[in-house]
Design a protein. Structure first.
Ligand code: MRU
Length: 349
């Protein structure tokens, strides 16, 4: 499959820069941003030009390289400054902090070695996506009951964008879909549009459609009816941070889907690399939830759609309790049942 390039370092460690596909412009415009400073990367993360937990981590790692350019002395101080600043861009996706911690540990601390580490984080993410995809595809076959003969399968519902645009590879939640499609499986993906910033509509429906998958776009509030009509055989989403007990934070609206899935007897899966686990947090109650600007609800994409004035509350993520998650797909294997003990066993802790 031809991958859309979303994150790319161009040039040398000392003189190069980061190119990011500006995801705020999709699906209509393909525009690349040239990030030449740490602040450029911070801004790109904050405004969601680059978004999705793994992609944020990868972009921040390259941002650290920008932070040490020209700092012939005091490279590690410049690195710490850059990493500390980037850490303030968004609070929920733990991959950001995971990548920054990794960058801070690079020895010797030179631009060249830092670039090598950022590239390694990027390449490892690509490989993790592929392995997750293989595990997820087995789950899809088991859950949806299609054999190699190619019988039609019910749909797979996903939320937000946990796709290629959100990672260094073929996505987390979408990885099994891409591999299944390559292998000739026939299935429909129901993409929730994902209010308020429409990552499902602008990004997931776009990237899966470009790759030739059968995608049906629905508004978030339609999921219950679509499940009731028997159109959904499984739900799979990504995650931004998974606590030690398996509670998983993901885009706002994910928890709704998990509750709906339980009601309709539909399995609810999460796909996430090991870099998305935060075992320092005992439960999802401790995961910091980003709050976004009121305008994203009241005048998203430029048109006012709410009275003025109006009070708003806009948590960008919610936490799905482990008990609602049938399994978590990681690159190290499938965590099922979702318990602290099984998480430890699969992640090898
Ligand atoms: O606000 P976003 O677009 O960064 O939110 C992204 C999500 O919630 C994704 O589902 C999650 O980061 C997993 S990406 C593989």
């Amino acid at each position: 499959m031809e991958r859309i390039i979303n994150i790319e370092w161009t040039g040398s460690a000392e003189g190069g820069h980061l190119r990011l596909l500006d995801q705020t412009q999709l699906p209509t415009d393909t525009v690349y941003l040239d990030c030449k400073t740490v602040q450029d990367v911070w801004d790109a993360i904050k405004r969601l030009s680059v978004r999705g937990a793994p992609a944020i981590g990868i972009a921040a790692a390259y941002g650290c390289v920008l932070g040490v350019q020209g700092a012939s002395q005091g490279v590690s101080q410049a690195l710490n400054q850059a990493a500390d600043h980037l850490a303030t861009s968004r609070p929920t996706a733990v991959n950001l902090f995971w990548a920054l911690d990794r960058m801070k540990k690079v020895e010797p601390c030179t631009p060249q070695w830092l670039l090598e580490e950022a590239k390694a984080i990027h390449a490892e993410d690509e490989a993790m996506c592929r392995t997750m995809g293989e595990h997820a595809l087995s789950l899809m076959r088991q859950t949806l009951g299609q054999d190699a003969a190619g019988l039609p399968m019910p749909g797979v519902l996903t939320h937000c964008n946990a796709g290629a645009l959100a990672t260094g590879g073929i996505g987390t939640a979408t990885a099994g879909m891409y591999l299944g499609h390559q292998q000739g499986l026939k299935f429909t993906v129901y993409a929730d549009e994902t209010r308020p910033l429409l990552q499902g509509s602008r990004l997931t429906a776009y990237e899966l459609g470009q790759a030739g998958l059968d995608v049906v776009l629905i508004c978030d509030g339609m999921a219950a009816q679509v499940m009731r009509e028997g159109k959904v055989g499984m739900v799979i989403t990504g995650a931004d941070r998974i606590a030690a007990n398996g509670d998983a934070a993901n885009k706002i609206g994910t928890y709704n889907l998990a509750v709906l899935a339980k009601h309709h007897g539909v399995p609810f899966y999460v796909a996430a690399p090991s870099s998305t686990f935060d075992l320092s947090l005992a439960s999802g109650d401790l995961i910091p939830i980003e709050e976004r600007a009121a305008e994203e609800i009241t005048q998203g994409f430029g048109k006012r759609t709410a009275p003025e004035p109006v009070k708003t509350y806009s948590p960008a993520f919610d936490v799905t309790p482990a008990e609602l998650i049938r399994a978590i797909v990681t690159e190290k294997g499938v965590i099922q049942p979702v318990t602290q003990q099984r998480i430890g066993e699969v992640l090898g802790l």
